[in-house]
Design a protein around this ligand. Structure first.
Ligand code: ADE
Length: 360
């Protein structure tokens, strides 16, 4: 992505940022405490807890031996108590393995309990100056609008892509050693500036304040009139489930296939004969006999599932050996497995059963 927006963004941040207590420290532990508290809690709600927590437990040594009752009392009202449990565990690991200090890289931070990609990047950039993008919901919104980015930000792969793009953009920042006039790292300032823009200006749900946005001239969503459309948050489709019984009807070394109807799902492709619902072995025999076959032997096959966009097929299967003399009704065609593979389009929904033929 273009990096022209970085400078005006940082200028704005330095002038307009909120005066938050964790912005007055370079202590990685204090920054860590703020980021964990901010994970599921609004800034206003965290303010009251942050100072009290650090007064009571000012370093990893004190936290590592804090009785759970005392810890949970300090946390009371913030919710998501697993965060507090993870913090104590993290403090113990720091005491045992890191001399009571936080490791200084995202990769090392990620190994600590309760620290995911966003939090690891936030701590690594704010406390240590690592140029790695901290991407939360606010930042995704700013990015999606800036780039008129139409991918679904609820997908993990999309979030990873945004992290990579923004991390690349951060290469234009001065290096970690060059702390700014305010004593902060450019990488941490950049991440907090993106968060701050999302929290104060680039707001969701019809509240975007493009008139006071320092980087609106770089904003593709603004140019294209898409500010309220973006970001795209498409919840995963809820798929309808359909149960099917699939038949491998075997005559010697051949197997029955048939053509699917010309309309609808997988139209015109081939399939193994199948029917709605899960059948017992007796019902399966009755089914193939109704198709004009004489069943000689029945064997239950593995279950399988296949995801289409709107439907999930849940499949059970039977292999049924039929006598060569069967009066074949219906529209089945008998082919050898190698012919099936070579000459007939069998959708991958049936792969689990086709593989049984190939591998036998
Ligand atoms: N939300 C998460 N991290 C934050 C930070 N460092 N400042 C403000 N809000 C935040």
């Amino acid at each position: 992505m273009q990096s022209d927006f970085v400078k005006p963004l940082l200028l704005w941040y330095n002038a307009a940022k909120r005066d938050l207590p964790w912005r007055h420290t370079d202590d990685p532990y204090a920054i860590y405490v703020s980021e964990i508290m901010l994970q599921q809690t609004r800034v206003e709600a965290v303010l009251g807890y942050y100072a009290r927590f650090l007064d009571a437990l000012p370093d990893p040594a004190r936290l590592s031996v804090c009785p759970d009752d005392v810890l949970f009392k300090l946390w009371e009202g913030l919710g998501y108590y697993s965060r507090a449990r993870h913090m104590k565990k993290t403090a113990q690991i720091l005491m045992e393995e890191h001399g009571g200090r936080f490791p200084g890289t995202k990769n090392e931070l990620l190994k600590l309990p309760g620290i995911g990609s966003y939090t690891a990047s936030a701590i690594a950039s704010i406390a240590f100056g690592e140029k790695t993008a901290a991407v939360d919901g606010n930042v995704l919104r700013v990015y999606a609008r800036l780039q008129a980015f139409r991918d679904n930000i609820l997908r993990d792969a999309v979030k990873k892509q945004v992290e990579a793009e923004l991390t690349e953009t951060m290469a234009v920042l001065p290096d970690a050693g060059d702390v700014s006039a305010t004593g902060t790292h450019p990488a941490g300032d950049f991440n907090q500036a993106m968060i701050e823009l999302g929290a104060l200006v680039c707001l969701p749900r019809g509240e975007a304040r493009c008139g006071s946005c320092p980087i609106s001239r770089f904003c593709q969503a603004k140019v294209q009139g898409l500010v309220e459309e973006l970001p795209l948050r498409l919840a995963p489709q809820k798929r309808r489930e359909e149960k099917l019984t699939v038949f491998l009807i075997r005559d010697g070394d051949e197997v029955a296939i048939r053509k699917r109807p010309e309309k609808g799902l997988l139209s015109g492709l081939y399939e193994f004969p199948n029917t709605e619902g899960f059948l017992t072995a007796e019902e399966a025999v009755r089914f193939v006999e109704a198709e004009g076959f004489e069943a000689l032997k029945v064997r239950k096959l593995r279950d399988a599932r296949h995801l289409f966009t709107h439907v999930t097929w849940l499949m059970e299967g039977y292999e049924i050996r039929v006598s060569p003399g069967s009066v074949r009704r219906g529209d089945c065609l008998f082919v050898r497995p190698d012919e099936l593979k070579r000459d007939y389009a069998l959708p991958s929904a049936f792969s689990a059963y086709a593989e049984l033929l190939i591998n036998e």
